[in-house]
Design a protein around this ligand. Structure first.
Ligand SMILES: Nc1nc2c(ncn2[C@@H]2O[C@H](COP(=O)(O)OP(=O)(O)OP(=O)(O)O)[C@@H](O)[C@H]2O)c(=O)[nH]1
Ligand SMILES: [Mg+2]
Length: 308
């Protein structure tokens, strides 16, 4: 999309702009990086792998560059339809970008998932930059050895050690990204952050709290759908009704908890964050419903709002 290409304004003479996909194995810190770069939390983050399920757009504009990031689900080779849908999103996005930013995790070096991702990236002709993430957790001598191990697996344009959590080396990263972006005026308005609707952000915050508060297969069997999102401007509040879908009745009982204790905690934590994000009071109502095997049914996955 080159909306300004006809009359390239003088003030954008040195401006670079374009799309950057952030890819990497689950838990590498992709969503943390997106949020940190933007200075806003638009993508949910947990310590568990496979948190992100949809590609998430985030735009950062500097005085002479605009980075249009796609955060993506962690690359993994699951058998479920939901896993395949997540992979398709990565593949589709790879066709639409200018730069690949691959993120590795220095605390969990090269493994099978990463190997498969590398095989996919071998087919791209786009510049690939490697961000070696979580350097706050590793000694410098170990990091140098790791960089040595990574440097030949793909023709990386640059390898940049970073800490997504602490912001380490972000200026190097941004300088490098700018270098490989096309000379283009900004594609989005300067203060544009994301195209995500508020209802999606709300459902993701509920899902994040479920990831943080429940164990084993529960987070992976859960989807959250916002059924109603009503603004009451007189009372200055938003009423949100959401359904948490699980696959089995035993999971439903765990999500509800003893006398509703678990669902109350999920609701409370999610509501507090929604209020901070949207800047108004939120009235959040949560329901739990069993939708058997939804993670294996394409039609339902789509119905739940996943981008397929
Ligand atoms: N110490 C440290 N922790 C980090 C850093 N970046 C991310 N993390 C942690 O790593 C975990 C995973 O982070 P996410 O941002 O959810 O990772 P992701 O790559 O988006 O994961 P998926 O969406 O599951 O693919 C979280 O607990 C983060 O706090 C970092 O630079 N340093
Ligand atoms: Mg993520």
């Amino acid at each position: 999309m080159k909306i300004f290409s006809k009359d390239f304004p003088e003030k954008y003479k040195n401006f670079s702009s374009g799309y950057i996909i952030i890819v990497g194995k689950p838990n590498a810190g992709k969503s943390t990086l997106l949020n940190s770069l933007l200075g806003e939390k638009i993508s949910i983050v947990t310590h568990k792998p496979q948190t992100t399920r949809n590609r998430i757009l985030g735009v950062k504009t500097l005085p002479n560059a605009q980075f249009i990031f796609w955060d993506t689900p962690g690359y993994h080779s699951g058998k479920k339809v939901l896993s395949r849908v997540m992979l398709e999103q990565i593949n589709r996005t790879l066709g639409e970008i200018d730069i690949v930013l691959m993120l590795s995790d220095v605390t969990r070096p090269f493994g099978k998932d990463e190997e498969e991702l590398v095989n996919i990236l071998k087919n791209t002709d786009k510049p690939i930059i490697l961000g070696m993430n979580k350097v706050d957790l590793i000694r410098k001598d170990k990091l140098l050895l790791l960089i040595d191990q990574y440097k030949d697996i793909l023709p990386f344009k640059e390898i940049i050690p970073i800490s997504a959590l602490k912001g380490t080396n972000f200026s190097d990263l941004e300088k490098t990204l700018k270098k490989f972006l096309p000379r283009e005026p900004p594609l989005f308005p300067e203060d544009y952050l994301t195209d995500l609707p508020e209802r999606f952000l709300a459902s993701e915050l509920v899902r994040e709290k479920i990831f943080l508060l429940t164990y084993k297969e529960i987070p992976y069997s859960t989807a959250v759908v916002v059924e109603e999102f009503k603004e009451d401007s007189e009372k200055n509040l938003i009423y949100i009704r959401a359904t948490i879908h699980v696959e089995k009745d035993s999971q439903r009982k765990i999500i509800i908890g003893k006398r509703g204790s678990m669902i109350k905690r999920i609701g409370k934590y999610a509501r507090v964050e929604m209020e901070a994000l949207l800047g108004v009071k939120i009235y959040l109502e949560l329901w739990v419903k069993v939708t058997p095997n939804w993670t294996d049914k394409k039609r339902i996955i789509k119905e739940f709002g996943y981008d397929i």
